[in-house]
Design a protein around this ligand. Sequence first.
Ligand SMILES: NC(=O)C1=CN([C@@H]2O[C@H](COP(=O)(O)OP(=O)(O)OC[C@H]3O[C@@H](n4cnc5c(N)ncnc54)[C@H](O)[C@@H]3O)[C@@H](O)[C@H]2O)C=CC1
Ligand SMILES: C[N+](C)(C)CC(=O)CC(=O)[O-]
Length: 505
Amino acid sequence: MSALSPISRAACIGGGVIGGGWIARFLLAGIDVKVFDPHPEAERIVAEVLANAERAYGLLTGAPLPKRGRLTFCASLAEAVAGAEWVQESVPERLDLKRRVLAEIDAAAPAGALIGSSTSGLKPSELQAGLAHPGRLFVAHPYNPVYLLPLVEIVGGVETAPETIERAKTVLDAIGMKGVVIAREIEAFVGDRLLEALWREALWLIKDDICDVETLDDVIRYSFGLRWAQMGLFQTYRIAGGEAGMRHFLAQFGPCLQWPWTKLTDVVDLDEALVEKIGAQSDAQAGGLSIRELERIRDENLVGIVQALKASRGGEGWGAGQLLREFEQRLWAQAGAPPVAVDRAAPLELLETRVSPAWLDYNGHMTEFRYLHVFGDTTDALLRLIGVDLAYVEGGHSYYTVETHLRHLDEAKLGEALMCTTQILGTDEKRLHVFHRLFAGPERREVATGEHMLLHVDSKAGRACPAPASILAKLNVLAAAHAGLPRPAEAGRAVGAKARAAAAE
Ligand SMILES: NC(=O)C1=CN([C@@H]2O[C@H](COP(=O)(O)OP(=O)(O)OC[C@H]3O[C@@H](n4cnc5c(N)ncnc54)[C@H](O)[C@@H]3O)[C@@H](O)[C@H]2O)C=CC1
Ligand SMILES: C[N+](C)(C)CC(=O)CC(=O)[O-]
């Protein structure tokens, strides 16, 4: 596969919550990562974050991700940054420490390397002061978990070169992230300005016993938290203004800002009593779940939300879901044909995926139409194998499925590995008759079969037509290899009538 990213080597300095997330993000984009973190348990911590990230990606997408990059832990910062094209600093949020570490990075990194800081609020101009090469330093402020949330605020300081910002954005966009360039540097940029305001107000509400932490979180997650994931603030309020939109909203609710509704500018005193109060309420709220367990629940929820957004607007996608759709399209376009032997007398192993949270129904298992989804993806893999790829489809021809027979044999549960095989039952110049078997879990239980008849079509004319010799030649190799296989006993049930009629046109 051709490279997904314009870079292939990154260094991560600091491998904690955010550094670990960056490491996973880079590795899963096929980028080799060298890490320096003096913490004695850095390798274990990173391995746990990476395991969660791989699990989340398995749930997030069935698109063919590039081969995972190589992870190396280094004994020194200089060793880690040697050869790196992007160095990401994620050490604790202290100006003196960051300046010292960034100076070391600047001295040791290759001349062309980009240097991003994960700082949540320190201005890039303060971070780059005194560096020998300040032009390549910028803030790349991500959101936790970095491997799932796509946003990175890109902030340049007074000495950052415009070309640095451009290059950073290009790399982030290529690996499925959304690099948003912040026009002017301020402390805490945009995201944390907003979050800090909410956070300050929340602390007052707890201190003043207006509610406990669980009630406060419920108020967010059952209401505006759901809205924010898909439309942010201003577009949400535009709709809340009714038919007159934003202007009416401002006229009606603007004056409230002068009322004593908020305490925003006062900072609560986080004394021992308040820290203990919040800590105890938070412990009770967690109900015994560990941080790693909470992370996995969070990740499943985020995956479900992004997938719902991917299905929005009739499948075009919206917001973070549209970004995922576009990323997956690039992955599929680069994927090429699946790496399988076409002349073996055995069903083809064309697809491996996992049961995603968004695929479950009220019975707690994979819902019925997702079986067709998986079989459809398998058919697409078969089509790419015979040369029916995106370019072929854009050229005006394709195969359309005209008849399907599904059999549901067993349940597939959340997160289970799925594997699909395909046997060619018959072909001619217009028809392609296939039989898929879907297996779940490590023991490969057969959970479904799908029998499908496809017709080669001229998509502009909307009618069946013979496939060209180049496609038929590949198809015939497969069909010949499968000709000696026993025909599945379940095949042939009421499949074929519609296709026969259409093929005869
Ligand atoms: N935790 C969060 O939600 C977010 C944090 N950030 C930013 O990311 C940065 C890191 O924060 P976290 O990952 O949360 O902190 P953390 O405490 O989880 O991780 C910091 C890591 O840096 C390592 N470290 C300390 N000194 C080092 C040095 N000299 N060289 C290399 N590694 C060193 C520590 O061993 C630790 O593993 C901060 O600037 C923070 O503001 C940004 C977005 C969100
Ligand atoms: C708390 N925080 C300031 C470190 C948070 C962030 O910077 C972004 C996030 O992930 O919420």
